[in-house]
Write a protein that binds this ligand. Structure first.
Ligand SMILES: [Zn+2]
Ligand SMILES: [Zn+2]
Length: 371
């Protein structure tokens, strides 16, 4: 099948052609919007660990265009789009929601039963292609590109005062971290919170806990640099788990244990330490995953006596159309720290270096702002 230039146009995008071969800058084709699709001129695109996981593990089809923290300007709309018009500023949402199933209708869009309805059907021309052959579009977004073609249900409207780099981070890191605290755990004023992992997502859990009014925000990491950043974001206490047993250290701070423990790391030892930190009736929230095959052990007797809860958290239980404008509003009021998340701005072609730079722990988040 030859590329049909009359319904598509050329653009630069990063393509993952093979696992562990990195992201390659190429010219590909992007289709013209049909139905409820919106064409976005990408202005900013965040580097999230999940895309690196997709580029190194057999999780999504390849070749693929990844990138799921994306903000930009609407450049075109399909004939059935009702929520956006050309010139609007938008953020992409990694949650694919149909908007009409029972769960979507009850506000639980993060548990949508028909996420595939945001994608083109099998027989349609692919949104992204190279020499007429379709490319997989990561999470229905494909933000590592000059333009992106996205279903309107996967977009949230932004106020124009909102800067694009900070806005892009709302799409995954912010809603995942702050959403776990505010939506999944529904942390209340006065509650005590423990956060394992002060990376680019964990920092947003600190912000969420501040917004909720948590009385203690205790952050645990193995990197002193990350603990300094955690304090800058509002941690009341930090624990370096290379220097001390974190369960003992936590019990010194909170003898009855913590109300909520959030694991942004996803290792067996950490999740089990989290369980040992819970107060009676406390909850452990599993948000991060280091390797897909990690499991944990739970003693049933302890779980019953301690009335423990374990909850897996996906998408920060986020209702994007409600939550993204809310976080943007809090940012514009100076009530959530997004500026310090943007540690480094890079060009599209420098994504491989950007991921490498994130490894040493000196950066919070890296954002592509030049395409
Ligand atoms: Zn992400
Ligand atoms: Zn749905």
């Amino acid at each position: 099948m030859a590329a049909r230039s009359w319904i598509s146009s050329d653009m630069k995008a990063l393509v993952v052609n093979a696992l562990r071969s990195g992201f390659e800058l190429e010219d590909i084709d992007i289709a013209t919007p049909i139905g409820r699709e919106v064409l976005i001129d990408v202005q900013a695109s965040g580097l999230c660990h999940t895309d690196l996981l997709f580029a190194t593990h057999d999780i999504v089809p390849i070749p693929a265009v990844l990138g799921h923290e994306v903000s930009g300007i609407v450049a075109g709309v399909g004939p059935d789009v009702t929520q956006f018009r050309v010139g609007d500023h938008v953020v992409g949402s990694l949650a694919q929601t149909c908007g009409s199933c029972a769960r979507c209708q009850s506000g639980r869009t993060f548990q949508c039963e028909h996420p595939e309805s945001t994608l083109r059907r099998q027989n349609d021309e692919p949104r992204l292609s190279r020499k007429g052959i379709g490319l997989f579009q990561g999470l229905g977004l494909g933000g590592f590109a000059e333009r992106a073609l996205i279903h309107e249900n996967q977009l949230a409207l932004l106020r124009k005062e909102m800067p694009f780099a900070q806005a892009a981070l709302l799409g995954c890191g912010v809603v995942t971290g702050a959403g776990a605290v505010l939506n999944t755990a529904t942390v209340s004023a006065g509650d005590t919170v423990v956060i394992f992992g002060a990376g680019g997502v964990g920092l947003n859990a600190i912000s969420g806990a501040l917004i909720a009014g948590a009385s203690r925000i205790i952050v645990i990491d193995i990197r002193p640099k990350r603990l300094d950043v955690a304090k800058q974001f509002g941690a009341t206490d930090v624990i370096d788990s290379t220097q001390t047993n974190p369960v003992d250290a936590l019990r010194n701070l909170l003898p009855r244990g913590a109300d909520h423990v959030f694991d942004f790391v996803g290792l067996k030892q950490i999740a089990e330490q989290g369980l040992a930190m819970l107060s009676v009736g406390g909850g452990l929230y599993l948000v991060g995953v280091a390797k897909p095959e990690v499991s944990i052990e739970l003693n049933i007797f302890d779980a019953i006596g301690g009335q423990k809860r374990i909850q897996g958290v996906n998408l920060g239980s986020t209702n994007f159309k409600r939550d993204i404008p809310m976080y943007a509003e809090l940012y514009l009021q100076g009530r959530i720290n997004l500026d310090d998340l943007v540690s480094k701005r890079i060009a599209l072609r420098d994504v491989n270096d950007g991921y490498a730079a994130l490894k040493d722990g000196s950066l919070n988040r890296v954002v592509i702002t030049s395409f």
